[in-house]
Design a protein around this ligand. Sequence first.
Ligand SMILES: [Zn+2]
Length: 218
Amino acid sequence: MVFIDLHTHSVSPTAQTFIFNYDAAVNQGFDETIQYQSVGIHPWSLSKFEISSALTRVKELASRRNVIAIGECGLDRLSQGSLGLQEKVLVEHLKIASQLGKPVIIHCVKAHNELIRIAKREKVSVPLVIHGFDGNLNIAQQLWKNGYYLSFGKALLRPHSNAANILKGWPLERMFVETDDSKLPIETLYQTAGQIVNLELNEIATIIMDNFNRVFRP
Ligand SMILES: [Zn+2]
């Protein structure tokens, strides 16, 4: 059984297969030996770092073979940077992803309507994955209608979290799990997700593996 960690900031994650998140504003040297990576600029980085050189780095790295996704990038209403700047940088990421045909891993906090509107306006057709999803039913329905994927993280472990409630009714062919910046073993997320949707560990692992292969074409 292969466990896939959709999004991790750790260089020694608990899954054999994982997408390491490289933040072009924060991370320095790019480690070619990491098999699967995503490259982007986190919205929190916008107020702390010089962005134009980071964007240049995203563009340089994006076409590498081991960069299988763009991001994480996105919108965060709780971040210090202005939403206007966040939108501009997000659009840059969406353009790069569209040119290369690579999916985008998105960080979105209290700005899902804006995200949906921007992605529509930019005519994005590559898969969009909202990572660390813990939004409400209304948001989930909007995302579902617009073809988004959701990646579930540690919020799943709280039995009455939005994430746990949404996963019960979310189409399984559009889900992933992730550890993000937590130290949790990825297997714990698989077990919890399996319990929520009433599937054995190997069944949920097969579903996520199929999703991974279809969306990321590794
Ligand atoms: Zn993250």
